[in-house]
Design a protein around this ligand. Structure first.
Ligand code: UDP
Length: 332
């Protein structure tokens, strides 16, 4: 089976590429390398330096490589940036998805798995969050992901493109060999930032607020390992092809961990004291985000391998020790 991965040079996309190749799928990748790294793309994949908004190039790849299904990751994903330059997010995320759907329709490719986000839900008080929770995004990034989902719904009705949208909570960790992992520039995510302290790249980790209404006052998030996340994409791809029915699933662990708990777990994994200082709250951070993944477990038969945050952090620690400077695009 031939699969096209958009955004295959990004953190999540590059793991999808590697794991699909290991399962003996033929993998084609398009990525414009605006935030991704060519170094992270497995050499066995066919790589195209193509922007998802470039319709004729996308159609060419779909036809030349006889693509059967698409997994769509190409998008900007920084909440803070999305509040400063929302139109950049609409252009890349919403316009990019529009062009991709047009290209799929014209090339007669009818199945897509789509990377959505917990950010579509916004601030919620009732946990865990299920798929029928009302979506009220509180930032431009989440709003673009919801717009992309809605576009897929109408493209399904009009053009018969069947989709599964996967709403991720906090994706973390690295491929078990340490070959690839999470590398952003600038880095904004909690685990890589914590691990920069034992790596000697920063003196301390900032805790963004300790006055939230949570047991230790710091924000609680639901962390899911990247390999478990990709497994769910493969199951979703097979399901949407098999059933020819569109659907939406949350992907999380059902358990929440506070920022302080994550720092403490990282101290144990790295055997480093990791200095932490409390700073002010980060705008737009909900106190608590925990997913119900019961639907994915039941209907996709999704079974997670990483059920504790220490093993997730340990995989990230292995990657960061092997790739102290992250990835580069020097060879592009
Ligand atoms: N966080 C923090 N210090 C940092 C980075 C993040 O305290 O340097 C907190 C952030 O406020 C949130 C949690 O860690 O509560 C996870 O943040 P991240 O950016 O990794 O993911 P998000 O939940 O925003 O998608």
């Amino acid at each position: 089976m031939n699969v096209l991965i958009t955004g295959g040079a990004g953190y999540i996309g590059s793991h999808a590429v590697k794991i699909l190749l290991e399962r003996e799928y033929n993998v084609s990748v398009i990525d414009n390398l605006s935030t991704g790294y060519i170094d992270s793309v497995d050499k066995r994949a066919k790589f195209y330096n193509v922007d998802v908004r470039d319709k004729s190039s996308v159609i060419k790849v779909l036809l030349d490589d006889h693509i059967n299904a698409v997994i769509h990751f190409a998008a900007f994903s920084l909440v803070g940036e999305s509040m400063k330059v929302p139109l950049k997010y609409y252009d890349n995320n919403v316009q990019g998805t529009k062009v991709l759907l047009e290209a799929m329709s014209e090339a007669n490719v009818k199945h897509i798995v789509f990377s959505s986000s917990a950010a579509v839900y916004g601030e919620k008080t009732v946990m865990p969050i299920t798929e029928d929770t009302l979506e009220i995004p509180t930032n431009a990034y989440g709003e673009t992901k919801l717009a992309m989902e809605k576009m897929m719904k109408w493209a399904d009705i009009a053009h018969g493109i069947k989709y599964i949208a996967l709403r991720y909570f906090n994706v973390a960790g690295a491929f078990h060999t340490g070959e690839i992992g999470e590398s952003h520039n600038p880095e904004t995510h909690l685990i890589p930032l914590i691990l920069q302290v034992p790596l000697g790249k920063r003196n301390n980790i900032s805790i963004f607020g300790d006055d939230y209404d949570t047991p230790d006052g710091t924000c609680i998030r639901d962390y899911i390992h990247i390999e478990d996340l990709i497994e769910a994409h493969i199951l979703a791809m097979l399901k949407v092809i098999d059933t020819n029915k569109s659907d939406i699933f949350n992907l999380g662990s059902g358990a929440g961990f506070s920022v302080l708990e994550m720092i403490e777990a990282s101290r144990k994994v790295s055997e480093h004291p990791i200095k932490a200082i409390v700073t002010g709250r980060r705008a737009g951070d909900p106190a608590r985000l925990i997913a119900s993944s019961e639907k994915a477990e039941r209907e996709l038969k999704w079974i997670k391998k990483y059920n504790d945050v220490s093993s997730i952090i340990a995989s990230a620690w292995k990657f960061h020790q092997l790739h102290k400077e992250g990835f580069s695009n020097e060879n592009k």
